[in-house]
Design a protein around this ligand. Structure first.
Ligand SMILES: [Zn+2]
Length: 435
């Protein structure tokens, strides 16, 4: 029988404390003294000394200069060793693949994005896109390993439901893919650990570890791309729900008799606030002669069908009344949905990413107004809506962070060399194969 409550022996306590110190170093994101780590962790000085020495020997941590001269002995400062290893983040999007190599301080070493098809052309050839993905990831692997650096692993964000235990992409509606064993395919091809996660969840992790939400323990991440995705961080952790499928909030019903959604239901949040809906309305306005300024844009050149979200934003920036009205309506529906989430989860922050962050200036005031009016908590205690700084990169950064998170949570399992016991090597294949 699986034990429900885990007890800890000395080894476990040591592993936990190593992870805690690494987390504090990550959070500080600047060189800090051992005295600082002693204060924030509550561990004693000797333990901090032993554990940081261990983290240094694993090349997760390095000595980085001396503290400001003060009375007494100046302290040596520690920070994460950028050369401790590299991680790769991959966003397998609808119509594109984005790849990044980060060092252990999460600095970008290399980045590339390739186009794989038209965003509006739903259903993309799986074999072809996977071959393109493997080829661009192979390039990233070569960049990551250049100079004999260790590659820890590859994190992948995908637009669909993922079985977290097997890394199988179960269903990606906008790609029309089902049951793709992504983790197995990529782990076999590249020989490193691979973690696969839903794109919005990966992006939420990116915001939580590296973005605008680093200080928020409870927040909702919302991003509109082809669909509308959401990720929930509760108590500092990505919330997956009972089977890892939480966050499919784009399909909350907002208008029972609203427009038909790709999922088969009517009036889903996604069909009311997604860029697809906005572009459709903009095209209608242009066709009906209400938005001549849209048709006048040079790359639209009078063709209603040529109108894309970028044109809508350009027309909004130019003050088009018809377009601003469409975006205001989008902000209204966005706010109604957010108010529902606020009432359910009481998040301290709502982060808008992707296209929503670009449209932020036009939709945010109305959205915040709806939230303040509809959410039950007083506006001062309610959720603050903020725009992501990553715009379209939260997912690819967050995908790399999937691997960084694993290391921070248990550095012992990711140490460069394991004791030469066969059992240990077998039980820790992920570390073994990452050498
Ligand atoms: Zn739907």
């Amino acid at each position: 029988m699986a034990r429900r409550f885990r007890t800890g022996d000395q080894l476990w306590v040591r592993e936990r404390n190593l992870a805690i110190l690494l987390h504090y170093l990550w959070e500080a994101s600047r060189p800090v003294s051992r005295a600082y780590l002693t204060t924030v962790s509550g561990l004693n000085k000797v333990t901090v000394g032993t554990l940081t020495a261990q983290l240094q020997s694993w090349a997760f941590v390095r000595e980085s200069g001396m503290s400001e001269p003060r009375p007494g002995r100046p302290g040596v400062l520690l920070d994460l060793d950028p050369d401790g290893g590299r991680v790769i983040g991959v966003e397998l999007g609808v119509g594109f693949i984005s790849v990044r190599v980060l060092d252990f301080q999460a600095n970008t070493i290399w980045a590339r994005q390739i186009v794989t098809g038209d965003v509006e052309d739903i259903g993309q050839d799986q074999q072809q896109v996977l071959a393109q993905a493997e080829s661009v990831i192979a390039e990233a692997v070569a960049k990551a390993r250049a100079g004999d650096h260790r590659l820890f692993g590859i994190g992948v964000g995908v637009p669909g439901l993922v079985d977290r235990t097997t890394g199988i992409l179960l269903f990606a509606p906008n790609l029309r893919w089902r049951d793709v064993p992504l983790q197995a395919i990529l782990a076999k091809r590249f020989g490193v650990p691979v973690v696969v996660e839903n794109e919005a969840n990966a992006a939420a992790l990116g915001e939580s570890m590296l973005g605008v939400a680093t200080a928020a323990d409870d927040f909702v991440y919302l991003s509109a791309g082809v669909g509308l995705g959401g990720g929930l961080v509760i108590d500092g952790k990505l919330y997956g729900g009972s089977a890892g499928f939480a966050g499919e909030i784009g399909h909350m019903t907002i208008e029972p008799d609203g427009p038909l959604c790709g999922c088969g239901n009517r009036g889903c949040w996604e069909v009311l606030v997604g860029p697809k809906a906005v572009v459709q309305q903009a095209r209608r306005a242009a066709a009906e002669g209400r938005a001549p300024e849209l048709l006048a844009l040079s790359d639209v050149a009078g063709q209603v069908e040529a109108i894309r979200m970028s044109h809508v934003l350009a027309a909004a920036a130019g003050g088009s009344a018809a377009v601003l009205e469409i975006l205001d309506e989008m902000g209204r529906y966005l706010g109604i949905g957010i108010a529902n989430l606020v009432n359910a989860f009481n998040p301290g922050m709502v982060v808008l990413g992707g296209m929503l962050s670009l449209a932020g200036t036009y939709i945010l005031p109305r959205a915040q107004q709806e939230v303040d009016a509809r959410a039950l908590a007083a506006p001062s205690q309610g959720a603050r809506i903020v725009l992501s700084d990553f715009t379209f990169d939260a997912c690819v950064v967050g995908s790399a962070a999937l691997i960084l998170r694993e290391i921070l949570n248990n550095p012992t399992a990711w140490q460069p060399r394991l004791p030469p016991f066969p059992e240990a090597a077998e039980g820790n294949q992920r570390t073994d194969s990452a050498l």
